[in-house]
Structures are given as C-alpha cells and as structure tokens.
Ligand binder design. Sequence first.
Ligand SMILES: [Zn+2]
Length: 258
Amino acid sequence: MFFDTHAHINFKEFKDDGDKIVKKTLESGVCFINVGAEYKTSKRAIEYASRYTEGVFAAVGLHPSHIWIEEFFIEKYRELALNKKVVAIGEIGLDYYRIDKNQEKTKEKQKEIFKKQIELALELDKPIIIHCRDAHDDVLEILNSYFKIHKSKLRGIAHSFLGNYKQARKYRQMGFKIAFNGIITFARDYDKVILDTPIEDIVLETDCPYLTPVPYRGKRNEPLYVIEVAKKIAELKNLSLEKVAKETTKNAKKIFNL
Ligand SMILES: [Zn+2]
C-alpha cells in the first residue's frame, strides 16, 4: 500500500475524469490526500473525500501564491476544516520564487496569512502541509517561534521538499516529515538530502497533475505514479520497495492521525 500525501484531483485538470482516477487509484491500493490551494479547491477536496468511505482525504488552506487573488477569511477555512474528512491545514507557507514587484509587501502578507493558518491548525489540533519555495529560512523561523511554545502539537510535512539536507534536519528536529515527489526521478540534486533523511522521516507524494515522474514525463501526473517516487527512494537508500511503501505509509498515517 502506498500513501500519496499531496494530490490535486480537486484541480481543473481532472474535472472530466476525477472520480474515474480516484476509483482506479483506490483499487490499486493507493490512498491520497487532495490538497486545497484556495477556498474553491479546498471545498472541492472535501467534496471528493465525502464521496468515498475510505482512502481519500482532504486538506484545506490558502496557498501563498494565491493571497492577492483571494482575501483570507479564517472563519471560512475554520468551517471547512471542521469537516471530519479534513486531515490537515494546507497547502500553506511562503513562495518567494515568482514574486516580482512589491516584494516586501508580498512577503509580509504571505507571512501574515501563513501564521494565521498555523494558528488555525493549532486551534483545531491538526497537522500542516507546508509549501515553500526559496523561503526555507523564513519558514523555519516562523515554525520555530510556534514550536518553542507548542512543541509537538505543531506538526506536519514539508511538501515537495527542494531545500538542502541542513534545512531538512531543522524541519525534522521540530518533528516534521519530509515529502518527496517525481522531481527526484529526473533531477539528481536531491540525492544527498534523501540519503541524509532516515526513512522514518520521509513521506511520499505526487503533487499531481504536476511534476510527473520518469517514465511518464509529458503525461498528466496522477496518484498511482507515487510508486515511481518510492522506487527511486528504495534505489537510493538501498531498501526494498516493500520497506519504503510500508514505512512511508506508516509515517503518513501517523502524522495525519489515520
Ligand atoms: Zn500542491
């Protein structure tokens, strides 16, 4: 059994065949979390999860790249997060990769909304799914300020981890798991952090429809392809595929309380 901790069947790329993909995924023994990036996709993540008795979960949150498109109202997200299918607040975080003008203003706004969502997660006792691009130092600083007070109540995963092994260690010291996806099948830049991170601290994801792994490059990504990510980790760490499947699924279930 495999657990894809970050999928977006709730995105428009799956509007015509989303449920077909979900059924195929579940029949193949893969569970997954549909992760929201704004109110609309967060709500849709819950709708998907509600149609299945097991194996499909939801996360709700406002992505840092959407903060100027949607005004953040915590009450709206709290209402969504109270649904029993919601296992995490996410994806939330900081993304400095694409911001151009008004850099400082955008960074400040992203930080403010990130903090509000961390506080929502703490209030509801849920883990967080962190999106971070080119902003690990700021994300770690914010997490640390909450970790000092809340300790293990603050928990979650660093999604699509693109940082270095030292940064990964800092997340792990605060109890966070590190999530890898298809990028590791076609870029060798992450081998070192994968080798440095014990399997007990790794979870798998696809981030579908994006980041399709080898050998499906060029096709739309989907949760089933999480197995390719597992194969690469098994190869790099010299572990059996069964061991990687078992450990990463166990880690995901633990962090999301399933
Ligand atoms: Zn995502």
